[in-house]
Every structure is written in C-alpha cells, then in structure tokens.
Design a binder for this molecule. Structure first.
Ligand code: HEC
Length: 181
C-alpha cells in the first residue's frame, strides 16, 4: 500500500518534469526591451568612445584610445551583437510586452504603437531580420577593430551605425514620417 503510493507520487513527479521539458523553446525576444536596455545604451558606449578619441579637427587620434577604452568598445559591441543576433534569428519577435507602450506611442498623431510595429514586422520578417543581421555584422567589425586596436575602423563603423539604426526604424517604426531622418 505504502509502496504504491510512493510510485504514484514518483510517477506524478516524472509527469510534471516531462511536461516542463516539453515546454516550447525560449520565448520570443522583446524588441522594446532589447532596444531600450541593450542596443541604445551599449551603442552609446561605442559612440562615446569614438568621439572621445578624436583630435580637435575631428580626425581619429588612435593615441587617445587606451586599452580600457578598447575593452569597453568590445564589451559593448558583444552585447549589441547578441541582441541583434537574437532579433535576426528568432522565429518570432515581440514588438513589446502586452500593455507595454513604446516611445512616442499615443504622443504624436499617427505615431506607431507596439501593435503597428508588430504588424509591420510580421508583414516583412525577412527585411527586419536583414537589418538586424547587418547590425550584428557591424558589431563583428567593431570586435575585430578592438582586437586590432584599429581606430580608423572604429570611426568608420561607428560613423555609419546611426544609418543602420535609422534604416530599420524608418521601415518598422515611423514609416509615416517622411521628414524624420
Ligand atoms: C532590426 C531593426 C532595428 C535596428 C537595426 C535598430 N532598431 Fe531600434 N527599434 C526598432 C523598432 C522597430 C523600434 C520601435 C519599437 C520599440 O520601441 O520597441 C525601435 C526602437 C528603438 C528605441 C526606442 C525604444 C523605446 O523606448 O521605445 C531606441 C532608443 C532604439 N530603437 C535605438 C536603436 C539604435 C541606437 C540602433 C542602432 C545601433 C537601433 N535602434 C537599431 C528596430 C530596430
């Protein structure tokens, strides 16, 4: 009697364990969180490093890049790369968590909210993934530049990064605002 109760409990435990094991793959990445907490913050680190290493005439001055600065660039690039790769490879991207508002939502008439962003992504996931993959590739270039302590490369890549951000934003965030760069 005791024994069969034990087996019953054990069986129940196994059932629960296997139910967990069978639960779906990692949840869809939250675009809003990744943009706000990772991509924007870490890209700023890269931009700051690049700007601080310029001479008065605005030309790259490699002597201003200390080993610690290169380490900062590499760490930041690694984090942006991870985020971009998740966006480039996830089968489904969540524009924002349910009920979560994105920047500008409800503020400007016609501005996209999370729902509209979601629709735009779902309508053209391939283009979205391509933008994300391009960002990840640029981060690879920055990782290589940090390794080689190549200041010119840092300037080139960080100088064109904002266009890579804007390209995706224009298509998926504010396609209705022709005036916005
Ligand atoms: C693959 C497409 C894509 C790329 C590349 C991209 N973004 Fe975004 N980003 C979006 C979309 C779509 C939104 C609007 C939805 C949202 O806010 O989550 C957004 C929103 C943002 C926001 C606002 C977040 C908020 O508070 O709502 C910031 C800041 C941002 N991106 C920064 C950047 C920067 C900086 C880069 C470039 C280094 C970049 N993004 C590259 C797609 C992209």
């Amino acid at each position: 009697m005791k024994r069969s109760l034990f087996l019953l409990l054990l069986g129940g435990g196994l059932l629960i364990a296997s139910a967990y094991a069978a639960s779906p793959a990692p949840s869809a990445p939250n675009l809003h969180e990744l943009m706000k907490n990772v991509v924007a913050v870490q890209t700023q680190v890269i931009w700051d490093a690049g700007n601080n290493a310029m001479d008065d005439a605005g030309n790259p001055d490699p002597s201003k890049m200390k080993p610690a600065d290169w380490a900062k660039v590499a760490a930041a690039a690694g984090k942006v790369k991870d985020a971009a790769q998740r966006l480039a490879t996830a089968p489904h991207v969540m524009a924002a968590a349910p009920g979560q508002k994105i920047e500008g939502e409800g503020a400007t008439p016609g501005a996209f909210g999370a729902k509209e962003v979601q629709k735009a992504i779902d309508a053209n996931p391939k283009a979205f993934q391509a933008f994300a993959a391009q960002l990840a590739a640029s981060m690879d270039e920055l990782l290589a530049a940090s390794k080689a302590k190549d200041a010119q490369k840092l300037f080139d890549v960080s100088g064109r990064l904002d266009q890579e951000c804007e390209g995706c934003h224009k298509q998926f965030w504010y396609p209705n605002e022709p005036g916005v760069p």
